[in-house]
Design a protein around this ligand. Structure first.
Ligand SMILES: O=C(CO)[C@H](O)[C@H](O)COP(=O)(O)O
Length: 232
């Protein structure tokens, strides 16, 4: 996806925020543009209180003087704007390509509205071509991997399960100190059943299927930005 399309989606989603709002800040290259646009507004007097979904987004927001808080200080947000790896026609998402899925899901669930920004290449008929990120506890990694593989088998996955590596070749560690298994399903025909099965594995902390969380999406294409769901 071109950086220009990411910017267009991020800019269009700025219409979702109003001065005085409590805003969740997503993670990833598209969300980064949204944070840049928000930072420019803050410099012009826009008031907000924001919760970042990753240390990377927190650092970017601080550099732009965007006021930050936590979900300990406040317990609810007005809106969260975040990217996605896949979105289907029911606005079910796969997220976690950037490794921030746990905090992203906590923040989205604490928000009155979750807004997705992406380009139209992220729209899919069926979820699953993008490997599903599954955040797992380090303890018992081998046992957890085996249980997840069994679920992949039950759900007729067409690909492998891979422990995500960082740029240093070592296992990628999330902000919460967990590992990520990337599960290539190929196609996911029952996201709810898969979600339930994965969450029954004790070592699974969370997975990247976002069900009933995304209320609206701004999706940029070379022809313009199309929307899904309840945009303002
Ligand atoms: O879920 C995410 C991070 O955990 C990202 O929002 C998702 O991977 C999309 O990223 P990008 O905007 O860079 O394509």
């Amino acid at each position: 996806m071109s950086d220009d399309l990411k910017k267009q989606a991020a800019k269009a989603a700025m219409q979702e925020v109003r001065s005085g709002m409590r805003i969740g800040l997503g993670t990833g290259s598209t969300a980064k543009h949204f944070v840049d646009y928000l930072g420019a507004e803050v410099a012009n007097g826009f008031e907000c209180l924001c919760v970042p979904t990753s240390e990377a987004t927190a650092a970017q927001a601080r550099s732009l003087n965007i006021p930050l808080t936590t979900l300990d200080e406040i317990d609810a947000l007005d809106v969260t704007v975040d990217g996605a790896d896949e979105i289907d026609s029911n606005q079910v998402l796969i997220k976690g390509g950037g490794g921030a899925l746990l905090r992203e899901k906590i923040v989205a669930a604490a928000s009155a509205k979750m807004v997705v920004i992406a380009d139209t290449s992220k729209i899919v008929d069926q979820l699953g071509a993008f490997p599903l990120p599954i955040e797992v506890n380090k303890f018992g990694l081998g046992a957890t991997t085996n249980l997840v593989k069994k679920i992949m088998n039950d759900f007729k996955a067409q690909g492998d399960l891979v422990l995500r590596a960082g740029s240093d070749g070592q296992p990628f560690e999330t902000d919460g100190g967990h590992f990520i298994l990337d599960a290539s399903f190929g196609r996911i025909s029952d996201a709810k059943a898969l979600s339930s099965a994965l969450l029954e594995v004790p070592g699974v902390v969370q997975h990247g299927l976002f069900i009933n969380l995304c209320a609206a999406a701004y999706l940029a294409s070379p022809e313009g930005v199309v929307t899904m769901g309840e945009t303002v």
